[in-house]
Design a protein around this ligand. Structure first.
Ligand code: PBG
Length: 349
């Protein structure tokens, strides 16, 4: 045997493990995880900027940004500031924004009539953003809660939310938004039959190409708390929304909701809240195969951001991990208040 003149190599961990301790396993799942290049090669899901939808809050005035205490890092924006934010989002490659208004309390009434005013905040923002940032997708919420004095998504009569009467108003709200430039109508009200009625109303008004993203499975959730602060309904909401939003205990019912919405013409489905309802995301995508989105809602944002700000979790990693979970469950995209931050990070900025 030739005598090596090389210096003996440094002892490694394997030198110290006697061979007889090997389990003789043919399959070792850790092999593929041994280095970064290998982990990247075997990765099943990816998160890109194309997966992000950024919800923003619009308010009256000019040059105004107002912090939302229960959503640290998120602000309400006046329309001109919303235009600026949209331009930034477009520059980062974020495909679409979802708009929500903080309506002046004086403009709220029991019928939510401000929802039908084509000069309301959402319509102002739609027109301004469409003019200045024409290539970004604009998604609008159809529901009456930002406009009603009682904070409910529909018309209230003797303590009941009226279904069919509400749907008639929602159809008009959707058409008003489409006229102002909405690309995607996202009904979040959970009235029965609203997708079909809105589709018909949009088509009759000549908006065959306006898409509908149905909040197909929207649960009566405590995770919406900070959002209600953001749009100013937290204090005014009388009672709760359990007669129209879904019971968190139900899963099969989400399949029935989605099946109806698809039959009525929904182009895309949404599940809300997000992380606590990943099983629903998976089941809807698995069953129907439609473009399916998840809304990482305000309470989820507040929990994650609160822990980050306290230094309790690694903020660099936890946000991307939470969004990757949606991709793994089958979501085609995520509505998330982290969108601009993540887009910057993905771009290496
Ligand atoms: C209401 C609406 C809600 C959200 C979006 N649209 C709240 C509710 O149903 O009370 C919640 C979003 C969030 O919590 O981030 N139409």
């Amino acid at each position: 045997m030739p005598v090596s003149t090389a210096r003996p190599r440094a002892k490694t961990e394997t030198d110290t493990v006697p061979a007889e301790h090997s389990l003789g396993l043919a399959t070792r799942l850790r092999r593929n995880r041994k280095s970064d290049w290998s982990r990247r090669l075997v990765r099943e899901n990816t998160l890109t900027v194309d997966d992000l939808i950024w919800p923003i809050f619009v308010m009256d005035g000019a040059g105004r940004r107002e912090p939302i205490p229960s959503m640290p890092g998120v602000e309400r924006l006046s329309v001109d500031e919303a235009v600026r934010a949209s331009a930034e989002a477009a520059r980062l490659g974020i495909p679409a924004l979802a708009l929500f208004p903080y309506t002046d309390p004086d403009l709220r009434d029991p019928e939510g009539s401000e929802a039908l005013n084509d000069g309301n905040l959402v319509c102002q923002a739609l027109r301004a953003i469409k003019t200045e940032v024409p290539d970004i997708g604009l998604i609008t919420d159809v529901a009456l809660d930002p406009y009603t004095s009682h904070g409910h998504d529909g018309l209230l009569e003797n303590g009941r939310i009226l279904n069919d009467e509400t749907v008639a108003v929602l159809v008009r709200q959707a058409v008003v938004q489409a006229e102002a430039g909405a690309d995607v109508i996202a009904p979040s009200d959970m009235m029965d039959g609203r997708i079909g009625a809105i589709r018909e109303g949009l088509d009759a008004a000549g908006f065959e190409d306006v898409q509908i993203m149905s909040y197909a499975a929207k649960y009566a959730s405590a995770f919406y708390g900070p959002f209600r602060d953001a749009i100013g309904t937290a204090k005014t909401l009388s009672g709760d929304k359990r007669t129209y939003q879904m019971d968190p205990a139900n899963g099969l019912e989400a399949l029935r909701e989605a099946a109806l919405d698809i039959e009525e013409g929904a182009d895309m489905l949404m599940v809300k809240p997000g992380l606590p309802y990943l099983d629903i995301v998976f089941r809807l995508k698995d069953t129907f195969g439609l473009p399916t989105y998840a809304y990482q809602v305000s309470g989820e944002y507040a929990m994650i951001e609160g822990a980050i700000r306290n230094g309790w979790v690694d903020g660099e990693r936890i946000v991307v991990e939470s969004l990757m979970a949606f991709k793994r469950a089958g979501a085609d995209g995520i509505l998330t208040y982290f969108a601009p931050r993540v887009a910057k990070r993905l771009a290496g900025l």
